[in-house]
Unconditional design. Structure first.
Length: 740
């Protein structure tokens, strides 16, 4: 632009708008500060500069420009038409997540084009109205996330409807009579959509693909939860048949190819109701090193993992089904296994007094659990004993080992209990490993798990928390050690100038900085201090100090909850970034191939590289890693729904009863309260808090009354009454009796 062109007559708003539009369009990839813009456009008059700033703010609001920082603008290349994922909410407050972003954009129901949760869609950004949030309108559904839904049938004379459990449809699903598959009113059914809504018709038309059973029946409801998430509740017959053809016998030739551990003291430790034993520990003392035969005591500890990949060949019909499932699913009253029962509970399961094939990481450790040497070998074992966690805990305590003290057990000559000496030595080594792990920055989250006692009909009779004790931690530490060791070997073993070989890592990113700052501010209200900047180790040690200081106090669970929300989700990837929560530079999942497909992938890759094979196809394994991460999240959601269902079922006979509780969650629509006695959680809707008009302070996790300034704070004690229990919706409602 020629110098002096703007020195005469002052530009009006229309002229200046056109000038700015033209300039940014001609420089689409550049970001400009005020100073750079005014110099480039030769704007010198102060009123024109102020007008230009106002216009650019309007352009940002209308999404023509994107603001990169204070006073920094560029052309919005994302444009008015973009693609991404649709997120549907039952309350109609839907949103759209653009590709490459995590910021949701509001989509009103009238602009949703009947898109459903998870659908891939194309949207157009709407012109932003004054003082309104950014909105988008769905213009095309590119790919449906689901085409099968679960609900309750309502059968009329000539047609039927499916009333969906998820309550995400504006209209119920219409089912022609001929597509009903003999379903009756009140049946839970799985329906496949055969006709989506269009401009001419708002009806969603479906056909019944399976009748699950009567609503309220335990099997029906558990299968409904699985079907809701697209998880299988039946095993394909051809896969079962393929498993039945596998020979469980171990030939002498196979034994000769492996290291023999059949005469070494070996045992499994698992939950008392477990059937798939995929890991075992062996231990033996090693003779002192020559030449003098003197020196510190050394122990050979073997972490033996079921050799699933020996039986399940890549590309086989069993393998394809395992890939699809990616993980076993653990509902309250059952396990939906990744592998057919013949494999997971019989052939591969490390059952006592049976010869089994394993893939093993064998460590040589001193009495302080320092690794002197290790090897990765295919083995054959014979477990001497199958222990439940409770049995091992009893042996430890009977021999004077106090739970949770962190102190190694004293070494004695006489011990009480079967294999007590071996268990106590392993416990002492595990405690050394655990202590060192926390010193190195591993984050300390000892979360309790909710459990139910279930009768023969699947009805819950008791609800309680189970805390991890020394017996659980013993197994955990050796599994962590094996997982870390094999990942380090692959990640660090590389020729000069070459990348490490393709491998599947378990990765965990650093905490979200904004959420970490929220935690700092929240903890400060209770008098705690936490670091939010500095090295990873310094931050994690500060987190651990916070956990220790709040332990046993009223605010403990509230602080744990806010801290967990700051953490990122762990996932699988071929791109290693380390594991923040464990403070490991390299980590993988090697120890549970019976129930996790990534472990099977890891076994195959390790075997390939031990045999001198070239690096595997990274893209192929990255795709499998992403799928496994997705399926892990879906399985966890199904597990949570089964817990919620049993919780509501358990409390349905306690309507009107009063309990002491504490506030376990706060949202804009109400309070979640957890009963102290049985740990069942219910909700108090905000409209039921009728003593004031309450507003949600998201940063401080508190509801504040507008008139009387009364507060409901996360962690506060509260007295509640059980008001309603809707089993179909898995919804438990409480009323406030008093807060303390």
């Amino acid at each position: 632009m020629a110098k002096g062109k703007n020195k005469g007559k002052r530009l009006n708003k229309k002229q200046l708008t056109e000038m700015l539009k033209t300039f940014f369009t001609q420089h689409p990839n550049e970001t400009y500060s005020y100073k750079q813009l005014f110099k480039s456009l030769n704007i010198e008059q102060h009123p024109v500069k102020m007008l230009a700033i106002d216009i650019m703010e309007d352009m940002t609001w209308d999404d023509f420009l994107a603001k990169e920082g204070e006073g920094q603008y560029r052309l919005n290349l994302q444009g008015q038409v973009t693609e991404g994922t649709f997120i549907r909410k039952p309350n109609g407050k839907n949103s759209f997540i653009p590709d490459g972003s995590d910021k949701p954009i509001f989509v009103a129901e009238r602009n949703s084009l009947f898109a459903l949760n998870g659908d891939r869609v194309r949207v157009t950004m709407l012109a932003r109205r004054e003082k309104h949030i950014k909105e988008a309108m769905v213009t095309e559904i590119l790919k449906r996330a689901h085409d099968q839904f679960v609900g309750i049938l309502k059968v009329e004379k000539n047609y039927a409807f499916l009333i969906s459990d998820s309550k995400i449809f504006v209209h119920d699903i219409f089912i022609p009579k001929r597509k009903l598959k003999n379903g009756k009113t009140g049946d839970k059914a799985v329906v496949k959509i055969i006709e989506w809504p269009s401009k001419d018709s708002k009806n969603i038309v479906g056909e019944v693909v399976d009748i699950l059973g009567k609503t309220g029946d335990n099997n029906t409801e558990m299968h409904a939860i699985l079907a809701q998430y697209g998880l299988p509740y039946k095993y394909p017959q051809n896969v079962e048949e393929a498993a039945n053809k596998i020979d469980p016998g171990i030939t002498p030739e196979e034994i000769a190819r492996r290291e023999d551990f059949r005469d070494v003291c070996t045992f499994t430790i698992d939950p008392k109701d477990a059937k798939d034993f995929d890991d075992a520990l062996s231990i033996r003392s090693l003779p002192p090193a020559p030449p003098k035969g003197k020196g510190a005591t050394l122990y050979e500890v073997g972490v033996h993992i079921a050799d699933v990949s020996h039986y399940v060949k890549e590309g086989s019909v069993i393998d394809k089904e395992a890939v699809k499932r990616a993980t076993s699913v653990y509902l309250v009253d059952r396990t939906i296994p990744m592998l057919p029962e013949r494999l997971c509970n019989f052939i591969c399961s490390l059952r006592p007094d049976e010869e089994k094939l394993c893939y093993s990481v064998v460590f040589k450790l001193d009495s302080e659990a320092n690794i002197k040497d290790w090897r990765l070998v295919h083995t054959v074992i014979k477990s001497n004993r199958r222990f439940a966690y409770e049995e091992v805990q009893e042996i430890l305590e009977k021999n004077g080992v106090k739970d949770g003290t962190g102190e190694p057990a004293p070494y004695k000559k006489e011990y009480s209990g079967e294999l007590a000496r071996e268990i106590i030595i392993l416990d002492a080594l595990a405690k050394q490993l655990r202590k060192r792990r926390f010193e190195n920055g591993s984050v300390k989250f000892d979360r309790e798990e909710l459990h139910f006692d279930i009768d023969e009909k699947g009805k819950p009779t008791r609800c309680y928390y189970k805390k991890s004790k020394d017996a659980n931690k013993l197994i955990e530490e050796f599994m962590l050690l094996a997982n870390r060791t094999v990942a380090e070997w692959i990640g660090t073993e590389k020729k000069k100038g070459q990348k490490p070989k393709t491998f599947v890592y378990r990765i965990h990113d650093q905490p979200d900085p904004t959420k970490l700052e929220n935690l700092r501010q929240f903890a400060a209200k209770f008098g705690y201090r936490i670091k939010t900047s500095g090295t990873k180790g310094a931050i994690s040690r500060s987190l651990n100090k916070l956990m220790d200081e709040s332990n046993g106090r009223r605010e403990q669970k509230a602080i744990e909850m806010v801290a967990l929300r700051a953490m990122m989700k762990a996932k699988y990837s071929t791109q290693n970034i380390g594991h923040y929560g464990l403070a490991f530079d390299y980590y993988t999942h090697f120890t549970s191939p019976i129930r996790r497909y990534p472990d099977t992938m890891v076994h195959r890759l390790l075997t390939r590289y031990q045999d001198g094979g070239r690096s595997a196809n990274r893209d192929h394994y990255e795709e499998l890693s992403e799928h496994s991460s997705d399926m892990e999240q879906i399985a966890q959601q199904a597990e949570r729904d089964s817990i919620k269902y049993k919780m509501v079922e358990f409390m349905s006979e306690k309507i009107g009863m009063e309990y002491d509780a504490h506030i376990s969650g706060i949202t804009s629509f109400g309070i979640y309260a957890e009963i102290d006695e049985n740990h069942c959680e219910g909700m108090i809707a905000i409209h039921d808090l009728d003593d004031d008009y309450y507003e949600f302070d998201e940063r401080n996790y508190v509801l504040v009354g507008r008139r009387h300034h009364h507060q409901y704070q996360l962690g506060d004690p509260i007295r509640i009454k059980v008001a309603r229990a809707n089993i179909e919706r898995r919804q438990l409602d409480f009323e406030v009796i008093s807060d303390k």
